[in-house]
Write a protein that binds this ligand. Structure first.
Ligand code: ADP
Length: 418
């Protein structure tokens, strides 16, 4: 009896021991799977089991699949974000609470003249000289509010202007801030050119308008009775009115050229015909100034463009060559078919010449070497900028060579179509 009970007890012990051993092994397998240490093959057997551990194994497997999907999506999303940030033209910079760089893209490195990539952890003041960006980010970190500011950075001796948008950035590693930098230097430059231009135009218009008003008032206040002077005053008024007319028509031409509105149909234009008609236009002015117009060798060629524009180019060059000449001087024009498919038109004079240091500036709007002389001669300071515009629109170029006190030579090169 006792033996039977002992035997049964032993059997129960052996059975429960082996059962608990196998249970421990199976739980161990599930834990290894959950920890990522066991593979799919090991879990498959457990999933097939009908008991509670089987249910748990199937639930674990489902969860693993969902987590895997999420991780994959996060990785793809992260890579997408990285590549978007990397290819952005705007500079992007992230810093931690101590202003150490935690992220920066290539555009940022280029904007601040730093080597790309900027090592994470580099203190911002080591990357960007000048306090403006650090101050902005410190403020954003302190206030916890986004801010926008325009800051200037000097790079390679040149001032560049940026609009910076900065915002606080909470990361698992702690608070930080992010900044996006837009380089608005070209816009600023354009804006300055526009402002200068408006100021120049106003200034140019004011002088003749003041003169016209002054002389008109003098006439009204008794000048009309003075027959000799009144004629002179009216002539002065007329001269200034003509100047106003010249300025406005030159401005109109320039603005049409710039807006592209003057893209009058391209035609084949005979260089010889344009030389002849332009010479006729300036004949009277040359005679009055005592300057001889010499038609040198004219090699015929045709160019593609607008005849009116071509005439404007040559009349402006010839007119300048007469205006800035000496009396008894000479203006010479010649054209040549070049073997490279171009035609060159050269206008040279024996005039005052242009100092070498300003030769590149004479094509700027309103630039004049001798303002008084130009004004006196009815110049607007816009002639050469119109010439340059037209020639460049025709895919050509214009250059100047000049010897101070001896004369100048302007050469226009244009592609010929015959
Ligand atoms: P404008 O002749 O109306 O003054 P331009 O734009 O045609 O304006 O010329 C700009 C300046 O370039 C002139 O004011 C003058 O100082 C200089 N310039 C142009 N052509 C000549 C030339 N042939 N000889 C000397 N100076 C010239």
């Amino acid at each position: 009896m006792v033996e039977a009970a002992l035997a049964a007890g032993l059997a129960a012990f052996v059975l429960s021991y082996t059962f608990s051993l196998s249970l421990e092994r199976r739980v161990g397998r599930l834990r290894a799977f959950a920890d990522g240490e066991a593979g799919q093959r090991q879990i498959e057997r457990e999933k097939a089991a009908e008991d509670e551990l089987g249910v748990l194994a199937r639930a674990l497997d489902g969860m693993a699949a969902r987590l895997g999907g999420l991780a994959e999506r996060a990785k793809v999303g992260g890579a997408q974000r990285e590549s978007i940030l990397a290819t952005m033209v705007e500079g992007v910079l992230a810093v931690d609470a101590k202003l150490r760089v935690t992220f920066s893209n290539r555009s940022f490195a280029e904007a601040v003249g730093a080597q790309h990539p900027i090592r994470d952890g580099t203190p911002l003041p080591e990357v960007v000289r000048g306090p403006s960006l650090s101050e902005l980010l410190t403020e954003v970190l302190r206030e916890g509010e986004p801010q926008e500011r325009r800051i200037g950075l000097v790079l390679a001796g040149e001032e560049r202007v940026f609009v910076v948008q900065a915002a606080p950035l909470g990361t698992p590693a702690g608070p930080g801030a992010i900044a996006v930098l837009y380089d608005i230097t070209p816009l600023e430059r354009l804006e300055r050119v526009r402002r200068d231009f408006v100021a120049n135009v106003s200034h140019e218009l004011r002088t003749p308008l003041t003169a016209i008003r002054g002389y008109a008032e003098t006439l009204l206040e008794g000048g009309l009775e003075d027959a000799e002077n009144s004629r002179r005053f009216v002539e002065i008024i007329k001269t200034h009115a003509i100047r106003l007319g010249n300025i406005t028509s030159d401005l109109l031409t320039l603005s049409e050229l710039e807006s592209g509105a003057a893209s009058s149909p391209s035609e084949r234009v005979s260089v010889q015909a344009v030389v002849d008609s332009s010479m006729r236009t300036v004949t009277t002015a040359a005679r009055l100034a005592g300057v001889r117009l010499v038609r040198g060798e004219i090699e015929e060629a045709e160019v593609l463009g607008s005849r009116t524009h071509m005439e404007q180019v040559l009349v402006n060059l010839l007119d300048n060559a007469v205006k800035f000449n000496r009396s008894d001087g000479e203006v010479h024009i010649e054209t040549r078919r070049e073997p490279d498919g171009n035609v060159t038109i050269a206008v040279s004079d024996t005039g005052v010449g242009i100092p070498s240091e300003v030769q590149s500036r004479i094509f700027e709007r309103f630039y004049r070497v001798d303002k008084a002389r130009s004004r006196e001669a009815g110049g607007t300071g816009l002639g050469l900028s119109i010439v340059k515009h037209i020639v460049e629109r025709m895919n050509g170029s214009v250059i100047v060579e000049s010897d101070l006190g001896r004369g100048s030579k302007f050469t226009v090169t244009l592609p010929r179509c015959s």
